[in-house]
Design a protein around this ligand. Structure first.
Ligand code: UDX
Length: 432
Protein backbone atom coordinates (compact mmCIF):
# COMPACT_ATOMS: atom_id res chain seq x y z
CA UNK A 1 0.00 0.00 0.00
CA UNK A 2 1.22 3.48 -0.91
CA UNK A 3 1.78 5.78 2.03
CA UNK A 4 0.23 8.93 0.54
CA UNK A 5 -2.74 7.80 -1.46
CA UNK A 6 -5.40 5.28 -0.48
CA UNK A 7 -5.61 2.11 -2.55
CA UNK A 8 -8.55 1.74 -4.93
CA UNK A 9 -10.33 -1.13 -6.61
CA UNK A 10 -11.19 -1.24 -10.31
CA UNK A 11 -13.76 -3.78 -11.43
CA UNK A 12 -13.63 -4.59 -15.12
CA UNK A 13 -10.41 -4.39 -17.14
CA UNK A 14 -11.64 -3.14 -20.53
CA UNK A 15 -10.62 0.23 -22.01
CA UNK A 16 -12.12 2.30 -19.21
CA UNK A 17 -11.00 0.01 -16.39
CA UNK A 18 -7.40 -0.38 -17.51
CA UNK A 19 -6.95 3.31 -18.25
CA UNK A 20 -8.50 4.29 -14.91
CA UNK A 21 -6.29 1.75 -13.13
CA UNK A 22 -3.01 2.86 -14.71
CA UNK A 23 -4.00 6.50 -14.42
CA UNK A 24 -4.52 6.29 -10.67
CA UNK A 25 -1.50 4.01 -10.26
CA UNK A 26 0.50 6.72 -12.04
CA UNK A 27 -0.76 9.22 -9.49
CA UNK A 28 0.50 6.97 -6.68
CA UNK A 29 -2.42 4.72 -5.67
CA UNK A 30 -2.19 0.99 -5.26
CA UNK A 31 -4.85 -0.37 -7.61
CA UNK A 32 -6.56 -3.73 -7.31
CA UNK A 33 -7.98 -4.67 -10.70
CA UNK A 34 -10.64 -7.36 -10.78
CA UNK A 35 -12.14 -9.11 -13.78
CA UNK A 36 -14.15 -12.33 -14.13
CA UNK A 37 -12.22 -13.11 -17.33
CA UNK A 38 -9.46 -15.44 -16.11
CA UNK A 39 -7.63 -15.39 -19.43
CA UNK A 40 -7.43 -11.60 -19.41
CA UNK A 41 -6.23 -11.47 -15.80
CA UNK A 42 -3.58 -14.11 -16.54
CA UNK A 43 -2.42 -12.04 -19.54
CA UNK A 44 -2.23 -8.86 -17.45
CA UNK A 45 -0.29 -10.66 -14.73
CA UNK A 46 2.21 -11.75 -17.37
CA UNK A 47 2.53 -8.14 -18.49
CA UNK A 48 0.53 -8.60 -21.70
CA UNK A 49 -2.01 -5.93 -22.57
CA UNK A 50 -5.21 -7.33 -24.11
CA UNK A 51 -6.17 -4.13 -25.98
CA UNK A 52 -4.36 -1.73 -28.31
CA UNK A 53 -4.19 1.75 -26.81
CA UNK A 54 -1.16 4.01 -27.38
CA UNK A 55 0.93 4.39 -24.21
CA UNK A 56 -1.10 1.89 -22.17
CA UNK A 57 1.44 -0.95 -22.18
CA UNK A 58 4.24 1.44 -21.17
CA UNK A 59 2.10 2.93 -18.37
CA UNK A 60 1.24 -0.54 -17.05
CA UNK A 61 4.90 -1.46 -17.15
CA UNK A 62 5.98 1.73 -15.38
CA UNK A 63 3.45 1.26 -12.58
CA UNK A 64 3.74 -2.49 -12.31
CA UNK A 65 4.41 -2.58 -8.57
CA UNK A 66 1.24 -0.60 -7.83
CA UNK A 67 -1.02 -2.67 -10.12
CA UNK A 68 -2.53 -5.92 -8.87
CA UNK A 69 -4.73 -8.22 -10.95
CA UNK A 70 -7.24 -10.70 -9.59
CA UNK A 71 -10.41 -12.59 -10.48
CA UNK A 72 -11.68 -12.28 -6.89
CA UNK A 73 -13.72 -9.22 -5.91
CA UNK A 74 -12.77 -9.77 -2.24
CA UNK A 75 -9.13 -8.96 -3.09
CA UNK A 76 -10.17 -5.41 -3.93
CA UNK A 77 -12.84 -5.11 -1.21
CA UNK A 78 -10.38 -6.11 1.52
CA UNK A 79 -7.87 -3.42 0.52
CA UNK A 80 -9.80 -0.52 -0.98
CA UNK A 81 -12.79 1.57 0.11
CA UNK A 82 -13.51 3.02 -3.34
CA UNK A 83 -14.44 0.46 -5.98
CA UNK A 84 -14.59 1.89 -9.51
CA UNK A 85 -17.10 -0.07 -11.57
CA UNK A 86 -15.84 -0.23 -15.18
CA UNK A 87 -17.74 -3.20 -16.57
CA UNK A 88 -19.34 -3.27 -20.01
CA UNK A 89 -22.91 -2.10 -20.64
CA UNK A 90 -23.45 -3.32 -24.23
CA UNK A 91 -26.74 -2.69 -26.03
CA UNK A 92 -29.52 -5.24 -25.58
CA UNK A 93 -31.54 -6.45 -28.57
CA UNK A 94 -34.00 -3.68 -27.67
CA UNK A 95 -31.21 -1.09 -27.86
CA UNK A 96 -31.20 -0.32 -24.10
CA UNK A 97 -28.00 -0.67 -22.07
CA UNK A 98 -27.52 -4.19 -20.71
CA UNK A 99 -26.91 -3.69 -16.99
CA UNK A 100 -26.39 -7.32 -16.04
CA UNK A 101 -22.65 -6.91 -15.35
CA UNK A 102 -23.28 -3.78 -13.25
CA UNK A 103 -26.02 -5.57 -11.28
CA UNK A 104 -23.75 -8.58 -10.74
CA UNK A 105 -21.04 -6.36 -9.22
CA UNK A 106 -23.53 -4.61 -6.92
CA UNK A 107 -24.99 -7.98 -5.94
CA UNK A 108 -21.56 -9.35 -5.04
CA UNK A 109 -20.66 -6.43 -2.77
CA UNK A 110 -20.69 -7.04 0.98
CA UNK A 111 -22.93 -5.03 3.33
CA UNK A 112 -20.52 -2.33 4.40
CA UNK A 113 -20.64 1.34 5.24
CA UNK A 114 -16.88 1.48 4.71
CA UNK A 115 -17.13 1.04 0.94
CA UNK A 116 -18.41 2.98 -2.07
CA UNK A 117 -19.33 1.89 -5.58
CA UNK A 118 -18.03 4.50 -7.99
CA UNK A 119 -19.85 4.03 -11.29
CA UNK A 120 -17.70 4.65 -14.36
CA UNK A 121 -19.62 2.36 -16.71
CA UNK A 122 -22.03 4.33 -18.89
CA UNK A 123 -25.49 3.63 -17.53
CA UNK A 124 -28.93 5.08 -18.29
CA UNK A 125 -30.08 7.98 -16.19
CA UNK A 126 -31.87 6.49 -13.16
CA UNK A 127 -29.56 3.50 -12.75
CA UNK A 128 -27.94 4.92 -9.62
CA UNK A 129 -31.34 5.28 -8.00
CA UNK A 130 -32.34 1.73 -8.99
CA UNK A 131 -29.06 0.31 -7.71
CA UNK A 132 -29.26 2.20 -4.42
CA UNK A 133 -32.78 0.86 -3.91
CA UNK A 134 -31.62 -2.66 -4.78
CA UNK A 135 -28.73 -2.43 -2.34
CA UNK A 136 -31.13 -1.20 0.35
CA UNK A 137 -33.38 -4.20 -0.25
CA UNK A 138 -30.37 -6.50 0.07
CA UNK A 139 -29.56 -4.97 3.46
CA UNK A 140 -26.55 -3.11 2.00
CA UNK A 141 -27.93 0.40 2.47
CA UNK A 142 -24.70 1.56 4.10
CA UNK A 143 -22.74 1.17 0.87
CA UNK A 144 -22.10 4.61 -0.65
CA UNK A 145 -22.79 5.26 -4.32
CA UNK A 146 -21.07 7.77 -6.57
CA UNK A 147 -21.56 8.36 -10.29
CA UNK A 148 -18.29 9.33 -11.95
CA UNK A 149 -18.78 9.00 -15.72
CA UNK A 150 -15.79 8.52 -17.99
CA UNK A 151 -15.20 10.77 -21.02
CA UNK A 152 -11.98 9.27 -22.40
CA UNK A 153 -11.56 8.77 -26.14
CA UNK A 154 -9.99 5.62 -27.53
CA UNK A 155 -6.62 6.28 -29.10
CA UNK A 156 -5.87 9.14 -26.70
CA UNK A 157 -7.25 7.61 -23.52
CA UNK A 158 -4.11 8.06 -21.37
CA UNK A 159 -3.84 11.74 -22.29
CA UNK A 160 -7.58 12.14 -21.66
CA UNK A 161 -7.12 10.65 -18.18
CA UNK A 162 -4.25 12.99 -17.38
CA UNK A 163 -5.85 16.11 -18.92
CA UNK A 164 -9.62 15.74 -18.52
CA UNK A 165 -11.82 18.70 -19.55
CA UNK A 166 -13.72 18.08 -16.31
CA UNK A 167 -14.39 15.40 -13.72
CA UNK A 168 -18.05 14.78 -12.90
CA UNK A 169 -18.92 13.42 -9.46
CA UNK A 170 -22.57 12.67 -8.72
CA UNK A 171 -23.80 11.86 -5.26
CA UNK A 172 -27.25 12.03 -3.71
CA UNK A 173 -28.22 14.10 -0.71
CA UNK A 174 -28.91 11.04 1.39
CA UNK A 175 -25.57 9.54 0.41
CA UNK A 176 -22.49 9.64 2.63
CA UNK A 177 -20.39 12.49 1.25
CA UNK A 178 -17.13 10.89 2.30
CA UNK A 179 -17.16 8.91 -0.94
CA UNK A 180 -17.62 11.90 -3.28
CA UNK A 181 -14.97 13.80 -1.33
CA UNK A 182 -12.58 10.85 -1.62
CA UNK A 183 -13.13 10.56 -5.40
CA UNK A 184 -12.61 14.34 -5.75
CA UNK A 185 -9.37 14.06 -3.76
CA UNK A 186 -8.12 11.29 -6.08
CA UNK A 187 -8.65 13.50 -9.15
CA UNK A 188 -7.50 16.71 -7.49
CA UNK A 189 -3.82 16.48 -8.64
CA UNK A 190 -4.99 16.60 -12.28
CA UNK A 191 -6.15 20.20 -11.77
CA UNK A 192 -9.32 19.78 -13.85
CA UNK A 193 -12.64 21.46 -12.98
CA UNK A 194 -14.64 19.13 -10.76
CA UNK A 195 -18.41 19.16 -11.20
CA UNK A 196 -20.13 17.98 -8.02
CA UNK A 197 -23.77 17.15 -8.64
CA UNK A 198 -26.51 14.61 -7.97
CA UNK A 199 -26.35 11.05 -9.36
CA UNK A 200 -29.11 11.41 -12.01
CA UNK A 201 -27.56 14.61 -13.38
CA UNK A 202 -24.09 13.01 -13.52
CA UNK A 203 -25.56 10.07 -15.47
CA UNK A 204 -27.31 12.47 -17.84
CA UNK A 205 -24.18 14.60 -18.35
CA UNK A 206 -22.41 11.58 -19.84
CA UNK A 207 -25.26 10.65 -22.19
CA UNK A 208 -25.93 14.26 -23.18
CA UNK A 209 -22.23 14.92 -23.91
CA UNK A 210 -21.97 11.93 -26.25
CA UNK A 211 -25.32 12.71 -27.87
CA UNK A 212 -24.29 16.32 -28.46
CA UNK A 213 -20.94 15.34 -30.01
CA UNK A 214 -22.69 12.83 -32.28
CA UNK A 215 -25.21 15.55 -33.21
CA UNK A 216 -22.35 17.88 -34.12
CA UNK A 217 -20.90 15.21 -36.44
CA UNK A 218 -24.23 14.41 -38.11
CA UNK A 219 -24.85 18.15 -38.50
CA UNK A 220 -21.55 18.80 -40.27
CA UNK A 221 -22.09 15.68 -42.40
CA UNK A 222 -25.40 17.09 -43.60
CA UNK A 223 -23.75 20.46 -44.26
CA UNK A 224 -21.09 18.57 -46.27
CA UNK A 225 -23.81 16.90 -48.31
CA UNK A 226 -25.42 20.27 -49.03
CA UNK A 227 -21.96 21.67 -49.90
CA UNK A 228 -21.71 18.99 -52.58
CA UNK A 229 -24.93 20.26 -54.13
CA UNK A 230 -24.04 23.94 -53.89
CA UNK A 231 -20.32 24.08 -54.64
CA UNK A 232 -19.26 25.16 -51.13
CA UNK A 233 -16.37 23.43 -49.36
CA UNK A 234 -17.20 21.92 -45.97
CA UNK A 235 -13.61 22.36 -44.74
CA UNK A 236 -13.90 26.11 -45.26
CA UNK A 237 -17.38 26.14 -43.77
CA UNK A 238 -16.29 24.18 -40.66
CA UNK A 239 -13.33 26.53 -40.20
CA UNK A 240 -15.49 29.61 -40.42
CA UNK A 241 -18.25 28.19 -38.25
CA UNK A 242 -15.90 26.64 -35.70
CA UNK A 243 -14.23 29.96 -34.94
CA UNK A 244 -17.49 31.07 -33.35
CA UNK A 245 -16.66 30.51 -29.68
CA UNK A 246 -20.25 29.41 -29.07
CA UNK A 247 -19.76 26.51 -31.50
CA UNK A 248 -16.07 25.61 -31.30
CA UNK A 249 -13.89 23.93 -33.94
CA UNK A 250 -13.84 20.33 -32.70
CA UNK A 251 -16.08 17.51 -33.89
CA UNK A 252 -16.84 19.38 -37.10
CA UNK A 253 -14.97 16.98 -39.39
CA UNK A 254 -17.28 15.65 -42.07
CA UNK A 255 -16.72 12.10 -43.23
CA UNK A 256 -18.29 8.66 -43.56
CA UNK A 257 -20.12 8.85 -40.23
CA UNK A 258 -19.18 8.29 -36.62
CA UNK A 259 -18.46 4.82 -35.31
CA UNK A 260 -17.20 3.29 -32.09
CA UNK A 261 -19.07 1.64 -29.27
CA UNK A 262 -19.91 4.80 -27.34
CA UNK A 263 -21.64 7.12 -29.78
CA UNK A 264 -23.64 4.40 -31.48
CA UNK A 265 -24.66 2.87 -28.14
CA UNK A 266 -25.20 6.01 -26.09
CA UNK A 267 -27.18 7.96 -28.68
CA UNK A 268 -29.65 5.14 -29.10
CA UNK A 269 -29.65 4.45 -25.33
CA UNK A 270 -30.60 8.10 -24.65
CA UNK A 271 -33.27 8.04 -27.34
CA UNK A 272 -34.75 4.85 -25.84
CA UNK A 273 -34.40 6.15 -22.30
CA UNK A 274 -36.48 9.14 -23.37
CA UNK A 275 -38.99 6.90 -25.15
CA UNK A 276 -39.29 4.60 -22.15
CA UNK A 277 -39.99 7.68 -20.02
CA UNK A 278 -42.72 8.78 -22.46
CA UNK A 279 -40.73 11.39 -24.40
CA UNK A 280 -40.04 11.21 -28.14
CA UNK A 281 -36.49 12.55 -28.69
CA UNK A 282 -36.88 13.57 -32.33
CA UNK A 283 -33.47 15.14 -32.85
CA UNK A 284 -31.57 11.97 -31.93
CA UNK A 285 -33.65 9.94 -34.39
CA UNK A 286 -32.33 12.22 -37.14
CA UNK A 287 -28.75 12.06 -35.82
CA UNK A 288 -28.81 8.26 -36.06
CA UNK A 289 -30.45 8.20 -39.49
CA UNK A 290 -28.05 10.77 -40.95
CA UNK A 291 -25.13 8.71 -39.65
CA UNK A 292 -26.43 5.49 -41.20
CA UNK A 293 -26.97 7.20 -44.56
CA UNK A 294 -23.53 8.84 -44.37
CA UNK A 295 -21.81 5.44 -44.12
CA UNK A 296 -23.48 4.54 -47.44
CA UNK A 297 -22.74 7.75 -49.37
CA UNK A 298 -19.40 6.41 -50.58
CA UNK A 299 -21.30 3.74 -52.52
CA UNK A 300 -23.15 6.42 -54.50
CA UNK A 301 -19.89 8.29 -55.13
CA UNK A 302 -18.23 5.11 -56.45
CA UNK A 303 -21.24 4.24 -58.63
CA UNK A 304 -21.23 7.71 -60.18
CA UNK A 305 -17.55 7.25 -61.12
CA UNK A 306 -17.49 3.55 -62.02
CA UNK A 307 -21.04 2.70 -63.08
CA UNK A 308 -22.07 -0.74 -61.85
CA UNK A 309 -19.84 -1.90 -58.99
CA UNK A 310 -20.25 -5.57 -59.92
CA UNK A 311 -16.79 -7.07 -60.40
CA UNK A 312 -15.07 -3.78 -59.52
CA UNK A 313 -12.05 -4.05 -57.22
CA UNK A 314 -12.25 -1.64 -54.30
CA UNK A 315 -9.34 -1.15 -51.89
CA UNK A 316 -10.27 0.07 -48.40
CA UNK A 317 -7.57 1.96 -46.48
CA UNK A 318 -8.37 1.45 -42.82
CA UNK A 319 -11.03 -0.52 -40.97
CA UNK A 320 -10.92 0.69 -37.34
CA UNK A 321 -13.61 3.22 -36.35
CA UNK A 322 -10.85 5.79 -35.91
CA UNK A 323 -7.03 5.79 -35.98
CA UNK A 324 -4.86 4.54 -33.09
CA UNK A 325 -7.24 1.81 -32.03
CA UNK A 326 -7.99 -1.78 -32.99
CA UNK A 327 -11.63 -1.31 -32.01
CA UNK A 328 -14.05 -2.30 -34.77
CA UNK A 329 -17.27 -1.78 -32.80
CA UNK A 330 -19.69 0.32 -34.82
CA UNK A 331 -17.00 0.96 -37.46
CA UNK A 332 -18.35 2.55 -40.67
CA UNK A 333 -16.05 0.17 -42.59
CA UNK A 334 -18.29 -2.78 -41.70
CA UNK A 335 -21.35 -1.21 -43.34
CA UNK A 336 -19.30 0.04 -46.28
CA UNK A 337 -17.62 -3.33 -46.93
CA UNK A 338 -20.83 -5.31 -46.72
CA UNK A 339 -22.75 -2.83 -48.91
CA UNK A 340 -19.95 -2.97 -51.49
CA UNK A 341 -20.02 -6.75 -51.46
CA UNK A 342 -23.79 -6.68 -51.85
CA UNK A 343 -23.25 -4.57 -55.00
CA UNK A 344 -20.96 -7.31 -56.33
CA UNK A 345 -17.68 -5.43 -55.76
CA UNK A 346 -14.47 -7.26 -54.84
CA UNK A 347 -13.30 -5.66 -51.60
CA UNK A 348 -9.77 -5.82 -50.23
CA UNK A 349 -8.97 -3.92 -47.04
CA UNK A 350 -5.87 -3.02 -45.09
CA UNK A 351 -5.63 -1.71 -41.55
CA UNK A 352 -2.29 -1.43 -39.74
CA UNK A 353 -3.77 -2.60 -36.42
CA UNK A 354 -7.41 -3.69 -36.65
CA UNK A 355 -7.25 -6.44 -39.32
CA UNK A 356 -7.33 -9.29 -36.81
CA UNK A 357 -10.34 -7.85 -35.02
CA UNK A 358 -12.02 -7.14 -38.38
CA UNK A 359 -11.51 -10.76 -39.46
CA UNK A 360 -13.06 -11.95 -36.20
CA UNK A 361 -16.19 -9.82 -36.74
CA UNK A 362 -16.44 -10.23 -40.52
CA UNK A 363 -14.62 -13.47 -41.45
CA UNK A 364 -15.56 -13.17 -45.14
CA UNK A 365 -13.74 -9.82 -45.48
CA UNK A 366 -10.51 -10.03 -47.47
CA UNK A 367 -7.88 -8.31 -45.30
CA UNK A 368 -4.59 -7.64 -47.08
CA UNK A 369 -1.32 -8.18 -45.22
CA UNK A 370 0.09 -4.90 -46.46
CA UNK A 371 -1.09 -1.69 -48.03
CA UNK A 372 0.40 -2.50 -51.44
CA UNK A 373 -1.82 -5.61 -51.63
CA UNK A 374 -4.96 -3.61 -50.86
CA UNK A 375 -4.41 -1.10 -53.69
CA UNK A 376 -2.99 -3.55 -56.28
CA UNK A 377 -5.25 -3.70 -59.35
CA UNK A 378 -7.92 -1.67 -57.56
CA UNK A 379 -10.42 0.23 -59.68
CA UNK A 380 -10.95 2.59 -56.76
CA UNK A 381 -9.43 3.20 -53.35
CA UNK A 382 -11.38 4.54 -50.37
CA UNK A 383 -9.77 6.12 -47.31
CA UNK A 384 -11.86 4.81 -44.41
CA UNK A 385 -9.64 5.47 -41.36
CA UNK A 386 -7.19 8.35 -41.29
CA UNK A 387 -4.14 6.44 -40.00
CA UNK A 388 -1.05 8.69 -40.26
CA UNK A 389 0.69 6.28 -42.65
CA UNK A 390 -2.13 6.69 -45.19
CA UNK A 391 -1.72 10.46 -45.10
CA UNK A 392 1.92 10.14 -46.15
CA UNK A 393 1.34 7.76 -49.07
CA UNK A 394 3.30 8.19 -52.28
CA UNK A 395 0.35 8.51 -54.65
CA UNK A 396 2.47 7.97 -57.74
CA UNK A 397 3.30 4.47 -56.49
CA UNK A 398 -0.35 3.87 -55.61
CA UNK A 399 -1.48 5.07 -59.06
CA UNK A 400 0.99 2.72 -60.73
CA UNK A 401 -0.34 -0.23 -58.73
CA UNK A 402 -4.04 0.52 -59.33
CA UNK A 403 -5.99 -0.61 -62.36
CA UNK A 404 -8.37 2.36 -62.19
CA UNK A 405 -7.94 5.96 -61.06
CA UNK A 406 -10.60 6.79 -58.44
CA UNK A 407 -9.69 7.82 -54.87
CA UNK A 408 -12.52 8.59 -52.44
CA UNK A 409 -11.33 10.31 -49.27
CA UNK A 410 -13.90 9.31 -46.67
CA UNK A 411 -12.23 11.45 -44.01
CA UNK A 412 -11.17 14.56 -45.96
CA UNK A 413 -7.71 13.77 -44.63
CA UNK A 414 -5.64 13.27 -47.80
CA UNK A 415 -3.79 15.92 -49.76
CA UNK A 416 -6.13 16.13 -52.74
CA UNK A 417 -3.56 17.99 -54.86
CA UNK A 418 -0.98 15.23 -54.32
CA UNK A 419 -3.53 12.59 -55.30
CA UNK A 420 -4.49 14.55 -58.46
CA UNK A 421 -0.84 15.19 -59.31
CA UNK A 422 -0.40 11.40 -59.53
CA UNK A 423 -3.02 11.36 -62.28
CA UNK A 424 -5.81 10.09 -60.04
CA UNK A 425 -9.35 11.43 -59.62
CA UNK A 426 -9.84 12.71 -56.06
CA UNK A 427 -13.18 13.07 -54.30
CA UNK A 428 -13.71 13.92 -50.65
CA UNK A 429 -16.86 14.48 -48.59
CA UNK A 430 -18.37 17.90 -49.23
CA UNK A 431 -15.15 19.40 -50.55
CA UNK A 432 -16.24 19.97 -54.15
C1 UDX B 1 -16.33 9.07 -27.64
C2 UDX B 1 -16.34 10.38 -26.84
O1 UDX B 1 -15.58 11.38 -27.55
C3 UDX B 1 -15.78 10.15 -25.44
O2 UDX B 1 -15.89 11.34 -24.66
C4 UDX B 1 -16.58 9.02 -24.77
O3 UDX B 1 -16.03 8.72 -23.49
C5 UDX B 1 -16.56 7.77 -25.63
O4 UDX B 1 -17.06 8.08 -26.94
P1 UDX B 1 -14.50 7.60 -28.92
O5 UDX B 1 -15.67 6.78 -29.36
O6 UDX B 1 -13.30 6.91 -28.38
O7 UDX B 1 -14.97 8.68 -27.80
O8 UDX B 1 -13.97 8.45 -30.18
P2 UDX B 1 -14.18 9.91 -30.78
O9 UDX B 1 -12.86 10.53 -30.97
O10 UDX B 1 -15.16 10.69 -30.03
O11 UDX B 1 -14.76 9.58 -32.24
C6 UDX B 1 -15.97 8.87 -32.42
C7 UDX B 1 -16.29 8.72 -33.89
O12 UDX B 1 -16.65 9.98 -34.45
C8 UDX B 1 -15.12 8.20 -34.75
O13 UDX B 1 -15.61 7.27 -35.68
C9 UDX B 1 -14.60 9.44 -35.43
O14 UDX B 1 -13.97 9.16 -36.65
C10 UDX B 1 -15.90 10.21 -35.63
N1 UDX B 1 -15.71 11.66 -35.76
C11 UDX B 1 -15.18 12.39 -34.73
C12 UDX B 1 -16.12 12.31 -36.94
O15 UDX B 1 -16.62 11.68 -37.87
N2 UDX B 1 -15.96 13.67 -37.02
C13 UDX B 1 -15.44 14.42 -36.01
O16 UDX B 1 -15.34 15.64 -36.17
C14 UDX B 1 -15.02 13.75 -34.83
Amino acid sequence: MNGERAPIGVIGTGYVGLVTAVGFAGLGSDVWCVDIDEVKIAQLRRGEVPIYEPGLAEMIDRNRERLHFSTTLADAVERARLLFVCVGTPPTYAGDADLSAVLAVAGAMPASSEHALVMKSTVPCGTGRTLTRMLDEQGKGGLAYVSCPEFLKEGSAIQDFIHPDRVVIGEDEDGAHWAGDAVAALYEPLGAPIVRTDVASAEMIKLAANAFLATKISFINEIANVCEETGANVLEVARGVGLDARIGPRFLSAGIGYGGSCFTKDVSALKLLAANSGYHFQLLGAVIEVNELQKRRVIAKLSRRLGSLAGMRIGLLGLAFKPHTDDMRGASSLVLASRLEAEGAIVRAFDPVASEEARRIMPELDCAECLADAVKDADAVVLVTEWPEFLELDWTTVAAAMAGNVVIDGRNALDGDAVRAAGLVYEGIGVG
